[in-house]
Design a protein. Structure first.
Length: 86
């Protein structure tokens, strides 16, 4: 394995920690976000529009599930990637 690849993998491992901090921060946002009236009472009709709290929660949950978690898995895999016998 070339030295450049080794350095790149080490940099990726460091950046993984930053992405984990972002994930933890977003999870904290979700934990601290109080339920909106719409989330508390499904019978509340806001005229077809989602309230701000529900939209923030939905977007953060989607970013975590669709972007952050897959990115962490992919980056970890490449940071630890080794060619057999190499």
């Amino acid at each position: 394995m070339s030295e450049g690849v080794t350095v790149a993998q080490a940099q990726i491992r460091l950046l993984l920690e930053l992405v984990r901090l972002v994930r933890a921060g977003l999870q904290g946002v979700l934990a601290d976000l109080p339920p909106s009236p719409e989330e508390q009472d499904r019978e509340v009709d806001l005229g077809g529009e989602t309230d701000v709290t529900s939209e923030v929660r939905r977007v953060v949950q989607c970013v975590l599930a669709d972007d952050i978690e897959p990115a962490l898995a992919d980056l970890l895999a490449v940071a630890e990637y080794r060619v057999e016998g190499g």
